[in-house]
Design a protein around this ligand. Structure first.
Ligand code: EPZ
Length: 416
């Protein structure tokens, strides 16, 4: 297994270009199944999860070329089932279910994969597709689905806020008969980007970004081009890199308005934040951050995907801080690894308490999921000595050129 050797005691300073959003690109790639016209997509990040999604599309029959721009020709898609070994790799594969039902009236897939941060059920996806007219049976982890004619537009009150199930519902409603109203919908910027992409193909979606989304079914979609929004979690990760290393980092090609709660908390920690139309500068003025109390919430609340990174900030901050995780039931696996490096953290149910220490020291640590991987690498950048970060395969799933970008900011990370 590849390991990273991370030399510590670094201040991280400089400029970083933010890549396109993984969590916008993945669903948008699968939405291409809804049309038979060519699509071109810019600012798609080159990630393992993206490449797996494209391999799934190709298995379905699409023609795909991905150099700087991603071109998809969905006209030859002729298969309503995708292979188990690819579906199981990523959480996003659940998003082929509704488009395949729309295109073929049937689908045969499997339970998706995803980061080890909780049970990751798909009951809401199944429940709401059934409400719109699908017949879905599950045997072991095989999902067989069919629908007579088209999905029927409905009023759907989502029993809990779910990004994934909101996206599934939108993708089912776009070519459905009549109006679908999605109440208590997720409001993430990625959902706004998906709606913009689909509307550019001729869909009729309003309200994306609010908790009530209206989708008036249309008869068909055309082709078009699209540019993926910047990755707000990658942006937040690099801002935390500056905060924990007393550095000064400017993130370019990003969207400050997607990180409002993160910037508020970084400001509260003592960082000097300035922003422009597509950049964010964080300057710690060589001081340690102040500890914070944080509770993760659905957007526009504080993002769960920034939880691990801010736990690290609390570990090295002045004072004691706490973080409560309300979205996923098992997203603290990285805590034991930080404790190996000298962190003082107590887990109390869905809250971690972080107690002040002077500094971290090197250790061999093991990654457990995507955001934990980035956090442990950042911890190595500021710890004393050389930290070995093991099981880093998770990292390439969701961060494009992460170690290269960090080394350009003054880190010293070697892959062995
Ligand atoms: C998406 O996951 C993102 N993944 C996650 O990012 C992100 O943390 C999450 O949304 C935020 O809510 C992608 O976009 C690929 P959910 P998703 O449906 O769709 C429960 C990263 O690091 N739930 O919003 O899986 C679920 O268990 C990843 O980039 C059900 O109970 O998240 C969770 O407790 C990690 N039944 C809550 O809802 C369902 O059918 C929110 O999950 C679906 C979800």
């Amino acid at each position: 297994m590849t390991k990273l050797y991370v030399t510590g005691n670094k201040n991280l300073n400089g400029h970083v270009i933010i890549s396109g959003s993984k969590n916008a690109a993945l669903p948008i790639i699968f939405m291409s199944i809804l049309t038979d016209k060519a699509i071109s997509i810019k600012n798609v990040p080159d990630l393992k999860d993206i490449n797996i999604a494209l391999r799934i599309l190709i298995c379905l029959g699409a023609r795909v070329t991905f150099e700087k721009v991603l071109y998809i020709d969905p006209s030859l898609i002729n298969n309503f089932s995708a292979p188990y070994h690819l579906i199981k790799e990523i959480r996003a594969s659940i998003w082929i279910l509704a488009p395949l039902l729309t295109r073929f009236g049937k689908a045969k897939i499997f339970f998706p994969g995803g980061c080890n941060i909780g049970a990751r059920p798909i009951d809401l996806h199944i429940k709401y597709l059934t409400q719109l007219g699908a017949k879905i049976t599950i045997k072991n982890d095989c999902i067989t689905a069919s629908i007579k004619g088209r999905f029927k537009g409905q009023y759907v009150l989502m029993e809990k806020i779910s990004v994934g199930a909101t996206i599934t519902l939108i993708s089912a409603a776009v070519l459905a008969e009549g109006l679908t109203i999605i109440d208590n919908a997720a409001q993430e910027p990625e959902i706004v980007d998906i709606a913009k992409f689909l509307n550019n193909l001729g869909a009729n979606i309003t309200g994306a970004g609010s908790n009530k989304i209206y989708v008036l079914g249309v008869s068909q979609l055309k082709g078009n081009e699209h540019k993926i929004i910047p990755d707000r979690i990658e942006t937040g990760t690099f801002l935390v890199a500056a905060a924990i290393s007393k550095g000064c980092i400017i993130c370019h090609k990003t969207q400050p308005q997607h990180l409002e709660k993160v910037l508020i908390k970084l400001n509260e920690s003592g960082a000097k934040i300035s922003t422009g139309k597509n950049w964010i500068k964080l300057d710690m003025r060589e001081t340690r951050p102040q500890s914070l109390n944080i509770c993760t919430k659905p957007y526009p609340g504080f993002p769960t995907d920034m939880q691990a990174q801010f736990a690290l900030l609390n570990v090295v901050a002045k004072g004691n801080g706490s973080i409560t995780e309300t979205i996923f039931e098992s997203r603290f696996h990285y805590v034991t690894e930080l404790i190996k490096m000298g962190a003082r953290i107590k887990i109390q149910n869905s809250t971690i308490q972080c107690y002040e220490i002077q500094s971290l020291s090197c250790a061999q640590v093991f990654c457990s999921d995507l955001r934990a991987s980035a956090t442990l690498i950042l911890a190595g950048c500021i710890a004393s000595g050389i930290t070995i970060v093991d099981k880093i395969d998770y990292l390439i799933r969701g961060y494009e050129s992460f170690t290269k970008k960090l080394n350009q900011l003054g880190a010293d990370i070697k892959m062995m």
